[in-house]
Design a protein around this ligand. Structure first.
Ligand code: SF4
Ligand code: SF4
Ligand code: FES
Length: 258
């Protein structure tokens, strides 16, 4: 049987151990993936003993505490801290999630934190999302209407049409779903993935948009859409409780019946 080994410099090694200095009785061990492109070193796992007594309840609070009090070089993205911006997506305890929504109290034992899987790492917990953003741009995620209409102040929408966007407009493009999708892992260059396809569907069914046909043509492609094999990892991993797998099925159905 063929055997594959990782190149030496990509093997994850044991990193530094940061012992608690507070004497707290309520300590949580947190293992975090670290990699610095400016150092010619292997990625490593650093372990931090964190005083949970004096820490907010979310995983993001732990990261902020480590950055503020233990190691200021720890690098991760975050902004809103309320599950709105999507920037703090990472893999916590083996699951892609938003660290600002994930309670560390739900995790028994040590906490393991990695960047979103199957993407290039920029530094520590920051994964490179440029390819996903290019794909997002390719589906032209904005309202397309005829010139005359666009000069009107308001473009009205019936309540029942607006309701059709529920479960779609809430997507914050955090990429938890796409980076949990095996088809996206192996074909991420060509397959659009669940996050972008959910967004494509959101614009296709918007009653105000006038380019439904053109939009469908953009995604009607063996690789861009039909690489989805309905494995459902995407829906299971969405921290906003959305259902990208259903949106993809609806797209396939629209194409089959149009
Ligand atoms: S569908 Fe959910 S997991 Fe996927 S990008 Fe949108 S909010 Fe994130
Ligand atoms: S249902 Fe489709 S998009 Fe979702 S994880 Fe499976 S293959 Fe990926
Ligand atoms: S920091 Fe904005 S979603 Fe977590």
């Amino acid at each position: 049987m063929a055997q594959f080994n990782l190149p030496k410099n990509s093997k994850i090694i044991k990193g530094n151990y940061f012992k608690d200095l507070t004497g707290s009785k309520n300590i949580k061990k947190v293992n975090i993936y670290r990699w610095d492109p400016d150092k010619n070193e292997n990625p490593k796992i650093d372990t931090f003993e964190v005083d949970i007594e004096k820490c907010g309840s979310k995983v993001l609070d732990i990261l902020n505490k480590i950055k503020n009090e233990i190691d200021s070089s720890l690098t991760y993205r975050r902004s809103c801290a309320h599950g709105v911006c999507g920037s703090c997506a990472m893999n916590v305890d083996g699951v892609n999630t938003l660290s600002c929504l994930k309670s560390h109290k739900d995790i028994s034992g040590e906490i393991n934190i990695y960047p979103l899987p199957h993407l290039k790492v920029i530094k520590d917990l920051v994964a490179d999302l440029s390819s996903l953003y290019r794909q997002y741009e390719s589906i032209e995620p904005w309202l397309k209407i005829k010139e005359k209409k666009s000069q009107e102040n308001e473009i009205n929408q019936l309540k029942e049409d607006r309701k059709k966007l529920d479960g779609l407009y809430e997507c914050i493009m955090c990429a938890c779903c796409s980076t949990a999708c095996p088809s996206y892992w192996w074909n991420g260059e060509k397959y659009l993935g669940p996050a972008v396809l959910l967004q494509a569907y959101r614009w296709i069914i918007d009653s105000r948009d006038e380019e439904r046909k053109e939009r469908l043509n953009i995604i009607a492609d063996k690789l861009k859409l039909y690489r989805c094999h309905t494995i459902m990892n995407c829906t299971n991993s969405c921290p906003k409780g959305l259902n990208p797998a259903k949106a993809i099925s609806s797209l396939k159905k629209m194409l089959a019946t149009n």
